[in-house]
Design a protein around this ligand. Structure first.
Ligand SMILES: Nc1nc2c(ncn2[C@@H]2O[C@H](COP(=O)(O)OP(=O)(O)OP(=O)(O)O)[C@@H](O)[C@H]2O)c(=O)[nH]1
Ligand SMILES: [Mg+2]
Length: 262
């Protein structure tokens, strides 16, 4: 169970706000309900957990800045195309940057093996029942890398549009990855992750001709939740949008490393 979002709940800890046909367990001050916990207790636990995580995230961020490493935290629902995208990004960015990857999944080393097949180093973190990476997990993975200044570090979070939103890992930016097959309304249904992200990458654009999905509506919904979010549409299959994405990453890395050096 996630200590912050309380996913896996049964008996409610709060009287939900209910109107006919709608019962809202997120309307209390904690924004969530966990069986056996009052709203006050839930808020205290969340604050405590996030305070410890945030302290470690600050240490990770300082460590990455001191090493001259630029990192992105890729968050999305399962199967949006994160690993496929990373493999393509490594192919396109490797001449300019050393690249390393931290892979987060509940089980298996499949994704780390896919990354290692490109020649890039990858550390697999398995979270067991955990539904997100946290800053301490990333710190343990960082202990195992020797990252040269100017390196790019991609962190692929556990596939989950909810819990990773709250956990700072020390990355420069969260990047939310949403595939066109997931529909237009995901930014509205899962606003936390879109609020926390600086870039939305819409993947699998090659599938658009086969779907009844409105690309403009996905973008409009994301901007309604986060007006400042950058949006890039890509297809790892055809290569559409990949040059724009590489340019965004390179520009952000340059700016981040310049700021860290000042
Ligand atoms: N048509 C098409 N399929 C894609 C594209 N990118 C990824 N896929 C397919 O989408 C499926 C999931 O891709 P992954 O890269 O494993 O997705 P992921 O987000 O890493 O998945 P998890 O790590 O399990 O959350 C695979 O079958 C990919 O081949 C794309 O651009 N176009
Ligand atoms: Mg993956």
């Amino acid at each position: 169970m996630c200590s912050v979002c309380g996913c896996g709940s049964g008996t409610p800890s709060v009287s939900p706000v209910a109107t006919f046909g709608h019962v809202d367990f997120g309307a209390g001050p904690a924004g969530a309900s966990v069986p056996g916990l009052t709203q006050d207790r839930l808020i205290r636990i969340e604050r405590d957990v996030l305070a410890v995580n945030d302290a470690q995230a600050r240490a990770n961020r300082a460590r990455l800045a001191a090493s001259g490493v630029f990192s992105l935290n890729l968050v999305s629902s399962p199967g949006s195309g994160k690993t496929t995208l990373l493999v393509k990004l490594i192919e396109q960015l490797r001449t300019a940057h050393a690249i390393a990857v931290i892979e987060g999944d509940q089980q298996t080393s499949n994704d780390a093996e896919r990354i290692r097949a490109t020649g890039a180093p990858a550390i697999q973190i398995n979270t067991g029942k955990g539904c997100h990476l946290d800053a301490l997990m990333v710190a343990r993975a960082l202990d195992r890398f020797l990252l040269a200044p100017g390196s790019l570090l991609f962190i692929e979070n556990v596939g989950n549009l909810v819990c990773p939103a709250d956990f700072d890992l020390g990355e420069a930016h969260k990047v939310v990855v949403l595939s066109v097959t997931e529909g237009e309304d995901k930014p509205l249904k899962y606003p936390g992750i879109f609020t926390a992200s600086d870039l939305m990458v819409i993947t699998k654009s090659d599938l658009l001709p086969h779907l009844d999905v409105d690309l403009a509506a996905i973008m409009a919904h994301a901007r309604r939740i986060n007006p400042a979010i950058a949006i890039i549409t890509v297809s790892a299959r055809t290569g559409e949008g990949m040059a724009e994405l590489c340019a965004w990453i390179t520009a952000q890395a340059r700016q981040n490393l310049r700021t860290a050096a000042e």
